[in-house]
Design a binder for this molecule. Structure first.
Ligand code: HEC
Length: 235
């Protein structure tokens, strides 16, 4: 029977179209929803945009390499519980960006002790803030992207940046391995004057090779450090 002057057949057609549209929408929604559920690909390296941004390369990576990526624990050789913490990709796999509860890495360290390893509260906070900032692969954190050039060898322009990206994570006020700090001009000068800086980076006999558990610094970076010392360690 006609309704609002429309024939029954026409109403049926309208109804069918409406149902079809509805199922298309539903399908699209399911697709988007599933898409969002998939964890995002690891982000490519970025330079921090503000001074509050945690530097993955200089702050987080050395901390995790030193405390967790050890033989018997989470180095690639052992991979205890399938967990490795040697580089961005392996660390990122233990984290859900912006979500502390879903981040195995954070859950492992937050309680204070994990298999006998306890990080200090500042280190736990660093991990927490990194997750909350989106667990980004921040590198080149000295302010400017670092391009090594042996013609430049002042502390502030070059040596500081090498120390920040390679050494400060294990040699700072909170974590001063071997009582060595490399996070200020005076401290780096002190270590350089003693001969230990060159001994360590050149892997000389009698010194622990640095950076610990990593490749030797590239030629250019080692040359810059030696030139800086020879020039009287200018700021
Ligand atoms: C992953 C942590 C870590 C990193 C990164 C690291 N160190 Fe070390 N460093 C240590 C530890 C631990 C020691 C104590 C000696 C040892 O156990 O090998 C040490 C010792 C030293 C020593 C004393 C060596 C000696 O034999 O007297 C110097 C100098 C040094 N580090 C400089 C550096 C420099 C320079 C860098 C960066 C190029 C660096 N370290 C990066 C952990 C680290």
């Amino acid at each position: 029977m006609p309704l609002l002057g429309l024939s029954t057949t026409y109403l049926q057609t309208l109804m069918k179209r409406f149902l079809l549209l509805l199922s298309i929408c539903q399908f699209a929604w399911v697709l988007t929803y599933c898409g969002n559920q998939r964890s995002p690909e690891p982000t490519s390296p970025t330079t921090p945009t503000t001074s509050d941004t945690i530097c993955f390369e200089a702050d987080l990576l050395p901390l995790l390499r030193f405390n967790c990526a050890k033989s018997g624990c989470h180095d690639a050789g052992t991979a205890a519980n399938g967990v490795v913490t040697e580089d961005y990709a392996t660390i990122r796999a233990q984290v859900s960006p912006n979500n502390l509860d879903q981040s195995a890495l954070y859950n492992a360290v937050k309680v204070g002790s994990h298999q006998g390893v306890s990080l200090d509260p500042l280190q736990v906070e660093l991990i927490q803030n990194w997750v909350l900032q989106g667990a980004q692969n921040t590198t080149g954190c000295g302010g400017v992207p670092f391009n090594c050039d042996t013609a430049k060898f002042t502390y502030n322009e070059v040596v500081r940046i090498i120390m920040d990206k390679e050494c400060v994570g294990c040699h700072n006020a909170n974590t001063a391995n071997d009582n060595i700090r490399l996070d200020t001009f005076d401290e780096v000068k002190k270590v350089a004057t003693s001969g230990a800086l060159v001994g360590a980076i050149e892997w000389q006999n009698g010194f622990s090779p640095m950076p610990r558990n990593r490749d030797q610094l590239p030629d250019c970076e080692r040359t810059v450090i030696r030139k800086w010392i020879a020039a009287g360690m200018p700021f």
